[in-house]
Design a protein. Structure first.
Length: 77
């Protein structure tokens, strides 16, 4: 298991990997179609996009979580 103190890195890693996996698949599929070389183009897009997504989630997730908490309210009752 991974130590709990690394959660601040594990969450951004998982979230960015999840998003990049599906988004690059769909965008590559829409832009180029499912033909010869698709998986290579998809892998190249993922390799380019993942470090950017990881950094954005690493920096943005705490701020966005605070914003979401500020925008939502507990249900009265």
């Amino acid at each position: 298991m991974i130590p709990a103190r690394l959660n601040r890195l594990v969450f951004p890693f998982l979230m960015s990997s999840y998003m990049v996996f599906f988004m690059t698949f769909l965008i590559t599929l829409l832009n180029t179609g499912f033909n010869d070389g698709f998986f290579g183009r998809w892998a190249q897009a993922g390799a380019f996009a993942w470090p950017i997504a990881f950094g954005l989630v690493l920096i943005g997730a705490p701020r966005l979580q605070r914003l979401a908490m500020a925008l939502t309210t507990k249900k009265a009752g």
